[in-house]
Write a protein that binds this ligand. Structure first.
Ligand code: GRF
Length: 190
């Protein structure tokens, strides 16, 4: 049995797609949904999906090793960030080398880095007059959006597209690809 922990701070639509994808696979379990935000939509989704939730505050995350220890104790094989807003602390990155992955809603290395999340990304893409955007799935290190790229998918932008239109197109790609790429990473790590 492989065990995944999903970290999410927001709505959790990707977390749910990943949970759905693995629901009928006997050899993979979403063991935990981890969040810094007690009001996040992902908490309601986790309850509905009967996935245990772990909530923590900033002090616990950055000033203790409690979260890392808990994930190690639970024998988590892969940490999947799905709209998680905080930088991973170094003790966590070191404890899970190449076992933390993230999805970014643009084509890195463009439109990444601190402050580049959610609608800010799509607004910047449209403002720059880009003709395409997409998703980047990458390993996570101690800097925002700089880990090794695992997979990218592209989508065209037409001049009439608003940032919301781009967000929608990108979300379609996220839901389509993220669960499958999570599975590939999980299975390649024998
Ligand atoms: C996604 O756009 C993802 O790329 C980004 O945060 C968003 C999360 O959306 N990192 P959701 O909470 O999964 O709906």
């Amino acid at each position: 049995m492989k065990r995944i922990a999903i970290f999410a701070s927001g709505s959790g639509s990707n977390a749910e797609k990943i949970a759905d994808y693995f629901a009928n696979k006997a050899d993979v379990e979403i063991s935990l949904i981890v969040s810094n935000n007690p009001k996040a939509g992902v908490i309601d989704r986790a309850r509905r999906l009967h996935i245990p939730v772990l909530l923590f505050d900033r002090t616990t995350f950055y000033d203790t090793k409690r979260i890392t220890q808990l994930l190690l104790n639970q024998h988590i094989d892969l940490i999947v960030l799905a709209g998680f807003m905080w930088l991973m602390p170094s003790n966590l990155v070191r404890a899970f080398p190449n076992k933390i992955m993230n999805i970014h809603p643009a084509l890195l290395p463009k439109f990444g880095g601190k402050g580049m999340y959610g609608h800010f990304v799509h607004e910047a893409v449209v403002a720059a007059g880009e003709t395409e955007s997409g998703i980047t799935i990458h390993y996570v290190n101690e800097r925002y959006d700089e880990g090794q790229i695992i997979f990218q998918a592209h989508v065209s932008i037409v001049p009439s597209d608003t940032p919301d239109d781009v967000a929608h197109k990108v979300q379609v790609l996220e839901h389509l690809h993220y669960p499958r790429i999570v599975e590939e990473v999980l299975m390649n790590d024998e």
